[in-house]
Design a protein around this ligand. Structure first.
Ligand SMILES: Cc1cc2ncn([C@H]3O[C@H](COP(=O)(O)O)[C@@H](O)[C@H]3O)c2cc1C
Ligand SMILES: O=C(O)c1cccnc1
Length: 364
């Protein structure tokens, strides 16, 4: 899609993404160095506070309004038996989200995070939910094609999936301080693993995990399916849209777009689990500066997740053996985003509190 300036919507978005602000990072660091505690005693939370200041260009980073966006899409490759669960669970879980009965609803509620569900590519349609405003419709297709036989989607649809995510970020930016990513789509650990293999060059057999809980035979089949998908489609690691089109998913593209859109608005985006990190990898391949706006929530039990996080040079905040997705890890990490801002804005400095600084003590 081109806009009036002749730039594509994607290019215009990439051009509005800048790195973190160095000056605000430095000011935050100087302030944190003076707090009434041993040097950097709150560790990674202090690093997060510096990041949030650099992202938002503020020493009081706004984080009150939190939103986790759950992107929904189905996968043709589910027909290969790569998941323990049938494809209809994707739709059933959408209704569960709307009723408030899913893991994400419970965890988001506890961190005052709103949940926004977006249909990008579910097999089914949700006309009533869309008409009543309970989910957002950005449907690009009724599930992807089976990557074991050919590309997941056309290049045009891959661009549209990323654009859909950017549009969601644009629509929500005025009412959101911190974004979180989430996913729902039976079979989606298979395309996510394929994406990880393309970008890291690691062996599929070392990257593939059990997703929803497949057994040993299922795992071997899943590895073979991913290897076949890569062989047949030959995705180009230098072209993120090509990777998305050939072995990705609609919701993975929309997650990439949400991340790009959030960064373009200088809003932190808390990246959930493995599927979201595959989306982040696509986003970073399209525009590397986007990396500066990621807050990586956790490292899941999927082996490829750790490898992707290290490729992105992201240190996850939590390690809790999660393997759910939906945005649950992002909702949990929102507590830590609040904690980081509280440290930056509420803790007294040595001089404010009249506490002796280590620089004035004499070590014998
Ligand atoms: C009831 C249920 C709820 C979920 N919520 C997230 N997922 C997660 O598991 C799926 C990926 O694993 P695989 O590739 O093995 O299918 C995705 O739908 C992901 O969102 C769920 C899976 C199930 C079964
Ligand atoms: O890490 C994840 O996000 C994950 C792992 C397994 C299944 N669904 C999601």
């Amino acid at each position: 899609m081109k806009n009036s300036s002749g730039l594509s919507f994607l290019d215009a978005t990439f051009r509005s993404i800048y790195p973190q602000d160095f000056e605000y990072r430095q000011r935050a660091e100087e302030h944190l160095n003076q707090l009434t505690m041993p040097h950097w005693a709150l560790g990674d939370l202090m690093d997060l506070a510096v990041d949030l200041a650099g992202m938002t260009r503020s020493l009081q980073p706004p984080v009150a309004r939190k939103k986790v966006v759950v992107m929904v899409g189905d996968h043709g490759v589910a027909a290969e038996g790569v998941s323990l669960f049938p494809a209809e669970v994707t739709t059933q879980m959408v209704y569960n989200f709307i009723r408030g009965g899913a893991g994400i609803n419970a965890l988001a509620g506890r961190s005052q995070t709103e949940v926004c569900v977006v249909d990008v590519g579910a097999r089914d349609s949700f006309d009533e939910l869309v008409e009543t405003g309970r989910i957002v419709a950005k449907k690009i297709g009724h599930g992807t094609a089976n990557i074991a036989h050919g590309p997941a989607m056309s290049r045009t649809h891959a661009v549209m999936a990323v654009e859909a995510g950017i549009e969601i970020a644009n629509d929500l930016a005025a009412t959101t301080d911190v974004f979180g990513t989430g996913d729902m789509g039976i079979g989606n650990t298979t395309p996510s693993t394929a994406i990880a293999a393309v970008f890291t060059g690691e062996k599929v057999s070392e990257l593939t995990g059990r997703g929803t809980g497949i057994d040993d035979a299922g795992l071997l089949k899943k590895i073979a399916v991913i290897e076949r998908a890569l062989q047949i489609n030959r995705p180009d690691p230098k072209d993120g849209i090509d990777v998305l089109a050939k072995v990705g998913g609609f919701e993975i593209g929309a997650i990439a777009g949400l991340i790009l859109g959030a960064a373009a608005h200088r809003k932190p985006v808390v990246v959930d689990g493995f599927i979201s990190t595959a989306g982040a990898m696509i986003a970073c391949s399209l525009e590397p500066f986007v990396r500066d706006f990621l807050v990586c929530a956790h490292c899941s039990v999927e082996p490829a997740h750790k490898v992707l996080l290290s490729k992105l040079q992201c240190r996850p905040l939590l390690e809790l053996n999660l393997r759910l997705g939906e945005g649950t890890g992002a909702a949990l990490a929102m507590h830590l985003v609040d904690a980081a801002v509280a440290i930056l804005t509420e803790v007294a400095t040595f001089s404010e509190a009249g506490v002796s600084d280590s620089s004035r003590s004499v070590q014998k």
